[in-house]
Ligand binder design. Structure first.
Ligand code: NCD
Length: 333
């Protein structure tokens, strides 16, 4: 996407002094582009509302809090959980959806329509737009030309802020706290946008990081520098066995095949880490194994029955957190 394709429409109602403003005055009508927008207070608000949303869903399935509101889901990259949990979230809040998820090829994007024109179109029908796009910075580009709130559902190797919100919510639910935890992150730390967002968001808390990856998939320097700026302890290793006894959270990720320019390099590192029951035997009794999913072999199916395997609960939490976020962005909570 060339920057000059973007122009801000005259009469843009949204005030944006800073391109990624903090959520200091709350969430109403704000873009959700990066975890750098969030404070601890913002997170606590979303977590509290997400718990309420869970109670509502368990008790009555849905509510009409967002009746009459429309969410456009614009996904230029594959998605199962992010798209369907946003769709389910909006449906359970009584709103409706414009799904351009599996079918960008059936939209005018396949005719060569630019991202700004597609955004302008969708915002004339919807109240909020979730976008997933292969280019880093694309969600910000969309926000720059939109009057309606844009939620980043993953911008290439950049960020995935709503995943980080549900990851943090899961840690809090599972372990009762975030401060004081030792968080191990394993796998593709270079291209894994969920890792980038979660690591940055964890910097709001007093945590310790253990990063495990092959040399070519180490955490990007800018994320590492953010962690260092917060003065948090960091260690890096190539072997999960080095950290398994110490971690409270083991956050496992898929090697992001689609981001490799050279597939031979992918083949070299693809099967480097597999979490097995044998490895889990060395872990603390009270810890959690998480994964943003999809998994493609990094966690053995034999681990699923372990009570510490939290990845399916984590996935379910995504819907409650996205319900909370939609309600907040549309000014209802
Ligand atoms: C992740 C993503 O899309 O970045 N998936 C998700 O949203 N749950 C992780 C991945 O694709 O590996």
């Amino acid at each position: 996407m060339r920057a000059r394709e973007i122009s801000v429409p005259v009469g843009n109602a949204k005030k944006k002094a800073n391109s990624v403003p903090k959520l200091e005055d709350g969430f109403a009508q704000q873009d959700i582009i990066s975890v750098s927008q969030f404070s601890r207070e913002n997170l606590e608000h979303i977590f509290a509302v997400a718990e309420d949303m869970r109670a509502i869903v368990k008790k009555q399935g849905s509510t009409d809090l967002l009746r009459g509101s429309v969410l456009a889901c614009l996904f230029y990259e594959p998605s199962t959980r992010t798209s369907s949990s946003f769709i389910a979230a909006m449906s359970r809040l009584g709103g409706t959806i414009i799904p351009i998820t599996q079918g960008v090829q059936f939209s005018s994007v396949s005719k060569g329509e630019s991202l700004p024109d597609t955004i302008r179109t969708l915002e004339s029908y919807a109240d909020v737009i979730v976008i997933r796009h292969p280019e880093m910075g694309s969600a910000q580009m969309a926000a720059d030309c939109a009057r309606k709130p844009i939620i980043n559902g993953g911008d290439g190797v950049g960020e995935h802020p709503t995943q980080a919100l549900l990851d943090m919510f899961t840690i809090k639910e599972e372990l009762g706290r975030i401060d004081g935890l030792n968080v191990g992150m394993v796998g593709d730390l270079r291209y894994g946008r969920t890792v980038h967002s979660l690591a940055r968001l964890l910097c709001l808390y007093d945590v310790q990081f253990d990063f495990v990856s092959p040399e070519i998939l180490r955490l990007p320097l800018d994320v590492m520098n953010d962690i260092r700026d917060h003065g948090l302890p960091v260690a890096e290793t190539y072997d999960v066995a080095d950290i398994i006894e110490d971690v409270d959270v083991l956050y496992v990720t898929r090697v992001q095949k689609e981001r490799f320019a050279d597939l031979a390099q992918y083949e070299e590192v693809r099967d480097q880490y597999v979490i097995t029951p044998e490895l889990m035997a060395h872990a603390k009794d009270k810890m959690v194994v998480m994964h943003p999913l999809p998994r493609v072999g990094e966690i053995s199916n034999d681990v699923d029955a372990d009570p510490r395997a939290a990845y399916f609960r984590q996935m379910e939490n995504g819907m409650y957190v996205r319900m909370a976020l939609l309600a907040a962005v549309l000014g209802k909570v």
